[in-house]
Design a protein around this ligand. Structure first.
Ligand SMILES: [Zn+2]
Length: 212
């Protein structure tokens, strides 16, 4: 699948799963010094490959007629500062609830380790500004996910599929946390408990085949 076809596929899935509504949310995927990004003003389930612009790492349009998403500078800042090859940004409900009320999403489930542990909430700044891009970049340090104050969430991956699955996981963790807060005080996993999970992941149980 071409980069632009991938944007159409995951854009459609993001709408289907209720992670985005209308024209909110944007995706990008990088190959070498080219980044295919979703266009401004088009609902993510209405994309065609031709509608998706391709920019270089400086933000110059190199392919396509549509204007890139207004949040493209944030995507480019992320590519400039790490090894990400795909970025997914949504205004998903539970992610936005946490980003509007808290300064971080604590690790209440061991799957948070897949995102790097505690997910930070980047300080608020107007969308599309270099200031927001800088805040997001700082909060993403050492993580696969970040929440953006009063805005939404963003995840990165080595592929668009990976970044997309990270967005689904981030939303699930936020939903579990918000619902848990409604029931009681959620227990946060300790650093020792998280270390033990990492240890376990590197030493999975072996199930010997029964003789005979
Ligand atoms: Zn946004």
């Amino acid at each position: 699948m071409s980069l632009r076809e991938q944007l159409c596929e995951y854009g459609r899935r993001a709408v289907e799963l209720g992670l985005v509504i209308g024209t909110s949310g944007n995706l990008s995927v990088r190959q070498e010094d080219r980044v295919a990004v979703t266009p401004s003003g088009v609902a993510l389930d209405r994309l065609t490959p031709e509608l998706c612009p391709v920019v270089d790492l400086a933000g110059n349009l190199v392919e396509g007629e549509s204007q890139p998403s207004s949040e493209t500078p944030m995507h480019l800042a992320v590519y400039a500062s790490g090894d990400a090859r795909a970025v997914v940004h949504t205004h998903s409900v539970f992610g936005t609830v946490v980003a509007t009320t808290m300064t971080e999403l604590p690790p209440i489930h061991y799957n948070a380790l897949l995102l790097g542990g505690t997910v930070r909430v980047a300080e608020y700044a107007t969308y599309g500004t270099p200031e927001l891009a800088a805040n997001v970049r700082a909060a993403l340090e050492g993580r696969r996910a970040v929440l953006m104050a009063n805005h939404g969430g963003m995840t990165i991956g080595a592929t668009l599929e990976e970044a997309f699955e990270a967005t689904r996981l981030l939303e699930w963790l936020c939903e579990v946390y918000v619902r848990a807060l409604g029931v009681g005080t959620p227990n946060v996993l300790t650093p020792e408990q998280l270390d033990a999970v990492v240890e376990r992941a590197f030493n999975p149980p072996v199930f010997p085949r029964r003789a005979g």
